[in-house]
Write a protein that binds this ligand. Structure first.
Ligand code: KG4
Length: 335
């Protein structure tokens, strides 16, 4: 008999619920995004947790209905325990504990970043190919930039990470300077398509596989400040070229270190994960890099790039199959 788990994701500003079968087939993946933060230019933690409280019941309800699964058919509840915004996480953790208590089934805690890395195992059809272990994952989100060697669903080694800002943060900062709405990534991506990479920005020289984006951020800021001194309309007149140049610099920085890790480890399967993996230039260049080194390349579907409960369900399912359940006394963690 098949077993199903319900997963809940509430680490930032998306309330999401998904139902997954024990062969990793996804039955539903419902997300309510919060528009309330747009006018503030970033996520406001207090507003995020309140919105999660409003959204969680209807989102779970729709996820179960769409999956055509009753609560009584569930074998466990998986949820994001952290990292993320504490107030937001608390909503998901409390909800998961209470529904599991009511149904007398176990809970499974999931690390949000591990969920991004394992998103490639979510199946929409049973034949779908999934990565073989070990694989190298480039995880790029709003708050994290990491190169991870994934030896198994339970063993992941962080080879490199950013020592300051994340790639997504850098792109969002550029978008803010250009007065684009939050989150800026999709707008930069769109504008860059009609631009040319005419501007050169500083490159970082950090050792090993680590990243640093603060120098690039400052370089973009100073370049634009100087251009505006010469021409106060510089941004309006050159917005496509600025977006294109900044995007190119971020993507090149990301892939420079990742290529180094592919060359050194000789691992032949590579995967992209996290919100910034929606970026069209990054997707294109990542595939090219894979071809260059004869690697099998996994690029997530757009629906699995940003925060979603299907990836949480997937990570939860690996733990469920190992019998790795959490204690009801467990608490959320922000970092
Ligand atoms: O993983 P994610 O959904 O959230 C957290 O980090 O919590 O990633 C969000 C990030 C934001 O910085 C957003 O601007 C960026 O992903 N992003 C993009 C694109 N779509 C989303 N960045 C570049 N190009 C995109 N198309």
């Amino acid at each position: 008999m098949n077993r199903y788990i319900l997963a809940i994701e509430s680490s930032c500003d998306d309330t999401s619920a998904a139902v997954l079968r024990d062969d990793f087939m996804v039955y539903s993946n419902i997300t309510a995004s919060q528009k309330v933060h747009e006018k503030y230019g970033g996520v406001v933690p207090e507003l995020a947790s309140r919105a999660h409280q409003q959204n969680i019941v209807p989102v779970v309800d729709i996820a179960l209905k769409e999956a055509k699964i009753t609560k009584q058919q569930l074998s466990a509840i998986a949820f994001t325990r952290g990292p993320g915004l504490l107030g937001s996480l608390l909503v998901g953790v409390s909800f998961a504990k209470s529904i599991a208590t009511g149904l007398n089934i176990p809970i499974i805690d999931v690390n949000h970043l591990q969920a991004h890395v394992l998103a490639h195992f979510v199946k929409e059809n049973i034949e779908q190919e999934v990565p073989e272990f070990p694989y190298l994952c480039l995880l790029v989100s709003g708050g994290n930039t990491q190169i991870i060697q994934v030896n198994s669903d339970a063993e992941m080694i962080v080879l490199g990470k950013t020592i300051d800002d994340a790639a997504g943060e850098t792109i969002d900062k550029v978008a803010k300077i250009l007065s684009l709405p939050y989150p800026g990534g999709p707008h930069i991506d769109r504008l860059a398509k009609d631009g040319k990479p005419v501007l050169e920005f500083a490159k970082s020289h950090i050792k090993d596989y680590d990243y640093s984006f603060s120098g690039l951020k400052t370089s973009i800021l100073y370049t634009l400040r100087d251009k505006l001194k010469e021409n106060p309309n510089y941004i309006e007149e050159n917005i496509n070229n600025i977006a294109c140049s900044a995007q190119k610099s971020v993507v090149e920085a990301l892939l420079y270190k990742f290529e180094k890790s592919v060359k050194d480890t000789k691992i032949k399967t590579i995967a992209l994960a996290g919100g910034v993996s929606a970026n069209s230039l990054l997707r294109e260049k990542f595939s090219q890099l894979g071809n260059k080194y004869n690697c099998k390349v996994f690029i997530p579907k757009f629906s699995y790039t940003t925060d979603n409960a299907a990836m949480v369900a997937c990570c939860g399912m690996f733990k469920f199959l190992r019998g790795d359940f959490a204690d009801m006394s467990l608490v959320a963690y922000a970092r």
